[in-house]
Design a protein around this ligand. Structure first.
Ligand code: FE2
Ligand code: FE2
Length: 227
């Protein structure tokens, strides 16, 4: 089926969204529909300043976490999500060319791809990469870090035994789940601002980063760690 560039087939997109809403109902609390929807909104905002196929960006954003980590034991969840995306998009009626673009965008945009050395090639993947990382920063990022840690059996909230202004180097590749949500800031979240690939992503990351640092300092004070 042919369609004009930058024209979004709203009826198709609505079907995709309905699928996703059902599929992520039982994902961990950090990866349910509100996350997916926020990523799509951020991606849309970033897209305004980039020359991208918005339909590819939005469809990829909605589908990027359609398979949760729990459900994808034998392969990375972004590969499982990209494969599931293919299935869903075929059912909806998208053409194969479009489907393969979405597949690549989902794989290339993932944080786990990044730490295994894969870099987003297309503009669309860069936009989704920034949008997904921005959802792991700021107030939403903080909330999601704790939700995720709870879902994956963290034993405690953790202590800020690092300098939020100058965190240790990014070690998130060493483990999938950190010992506590607070240590997740040191190993991953405080490094995300340096991974932004678009101008608007960089701008948005600044404010969100500042907020996380403020949060960690206050948290440290409340735990009387400031001797
Ligand atoms: Fe993901
Ligand atoms: Fe995500």
């Amino acid at each position: 089926m042919n369609h004009k560039e930058n024209e979004i087939r709203e009826d198709y997109l609505k079907k995709v969204i309905d699928y996703v809403r059902r599929e992520v109902r039982n994902s961990d609390l950090a990866h349910r529909f509100d996350h997916v929807e926020c990523v799509a909104k951020i991606a849309k905002k970033i897209s305004k300043k980039e020359k991208v196929d918005l339909e590819v960006v939005l469809v990829s954003a909605y589908l990027h976490d359609v398979v949760s980590r729990k459900e994808s034991r034998n392969k990375p969840h972004y590969v499982a999500s990209a494969e599931k995306a293919r299935e869903i998009l075929r059912k909806v009626g998208y053409n194969e060319d479009f489907i393969e673009k979405v597949y690549d965008v989902i794989v290339e945009a993932s944080y786990e791809s990044w730490i295994s050395g894969i870099r987003p090639k297309s503009k669309e993947a860069k936009v989704l990469h920034d949008a997904d990382l921005l959802e792991a920063m700021g107030a939403r990022g903080i909330a999601r870090a704790f939700a995720y840690a709870g879902a994956y059996g963290s034993k405690e909230l953790g202590e800020v035994n690092f300098n939020p202004e100058n965190p240790p180097k990014n070690t998130s590749h060493e483990r999938l789940v950190d010992s506590s949500p607070i240590s997740h800031f040191a190993s991953k979240l405080l490094h995300l601002r340096n991974m932004m690939l678009t101008q608007s992503g960089k701008k948005m990351a600044k404010e969100k980063h500042k907020f996380m640092v403020r949060f960690l300092k206050q948290y440290k004070r409340e735990m009387m760690q400031n001797k």
